[in-house]
Design a binder for this molecule. Structure first.
Ligand code: XMP
Length: 310
């Protein structure tokens, strides 16, 4: 793709749409929202306020890491603590679509509604990409950041307009754009991480305790599998238990699934052929997490499976 032309067009478009108004965008640290942040700041400067929503569902140390990275690029990011709101909305919810709905509502209505009201902003800049739209429209999965494509008019329902400058791009284009916008390789080549974060990797109820388990497993998987160069790798906590033995005693423990896939745009995926020694090391480290006594490797391509579990 012609990145220079795309950037020029989007900068012009964003300036025209926002005029002398104020826009807000949420940065999660993933490549899509990072590109929107860089593009938005290039177009709007101080007319764009970037926030990092602490939803309690993020990876270990994520908020600090993301805020520091952008501070080094001269882009200030404000932290908004919404942990109680998200965990409250997810309490007792086990159905995957209801979980996604709870996150969407909390994100757009409760958190953004408040931030927009307090700041007087009238635009929300969003990192929706083409794959998110296609899969939502096809009814495969409700991506949490899709609104108008589902018939939700954000202006009427939430009181602000949503701008989606990446809506025509796929993941590989977004990575190219990240480089063209001067974002560091650590962001441009970062593996995808979904907006609803670790909630997409907990089958069953999302609780603080279960989040802590999947967070530890995620850190191990990301450390161990970075050298594979795979498109995406992740850990999932199942809603089942299995009998095991620890310290010569029976234990009814948690089960973690490791998923590692090859893809170019996340629409289809093949399973990475990981060497046995690496799998053994993963199993050994993951079963050291308190309460976890099984580690499985997912052998399913997409389709028929999706990449995330929720
Ligand atoms: P699935 O699980 O649908 O995932 O095969 C495809 C790709 O999209 C990511 N993903 C999301 N990204 N919001 C996002 O920004 C979401 O709600 C969402 N759900 C899945 C997933 O990590 C994979 O890369």
């Amino acid at each position: 793709m012609d990145c220079t032309k795309f950037i020029e067009e989007q900068v012009r478009n964003l300036r025209q749409r926002v005029g002398d108004g104020l826009a807000i965008n949420a940065l999660s640290g993933g490549v899509d929202s990072s590109v929107v942040t860089a593009l938005g700041h290039r177009a709007l400067g101080r007319q764009l306020k970037t926030i990092f929503v602490e939803n309690g569902l993020m990876r270990e140390g994520e908020a600090g890491r993301v805020i520091e990275t952008f501070a080094a690029l001269g882009i200030p990011v404000e932290r908004v603590d919404a942990r109680k709101e998200f965990l409250g909305a997810l309490a007792g919810v086990t159905d995957p679509e209801r979980k996604r709905c709870a996150i969407t509502e909390t994100f757009y209505k409760a958190v953004f509604g408040r931030v927009m009201r307090q700041s007087g902003a009238n635009f929300l800049l969003h990192g929706t990409i083409l794959t998110d739209i296609e899969e939502t429209v096809a009814g495969i999965k409700r991506q949490h950041n899709i609104l108008s494509q589902l018939g939700i008019d954000p202006e009427r329902v939430y009181g602000y307009q949503v701008l989606e400058p990446l809506e025509t791009l796929r993941k590989d284009d977004v990575r190219e754009l990240a480089g063209a916008l001067g974002l560091p390789e650590t962001i441009a080549q970062r593996i995808p991480f979904p907006g609803p974060a670790l909630a997409t990797r907990i089958v069953g109820e999302v609780t603080e305790e279960r989040l802590a388990t999947v967070r530890q497993a995620t850190a191990i998987v990301e450390e161990e599998l970075a050298s594979t160069g795979a498109f995406q790798y992740l850990a999932v906590l199942l809603n089942d238990r299995a009998t095991g033995i620890r310290d010569n005693r029976r234990e009814y423990g948690q089960i973690i699934v490791v998923r590692c896939i090859e893809s170019t745009d996340a629409r289809t995926a093949l399973v990475t052929e990981i060497e046995w020694p690496a799998l053994h090391r993963l199993a050994e480290r993951i079963t050291r997490i308190p309460g976890v006594n099984r580690c499985l490797y997912d052998l399913t391509p997409k389709p028929p499976a999706t990449i995330e579990y929720v």
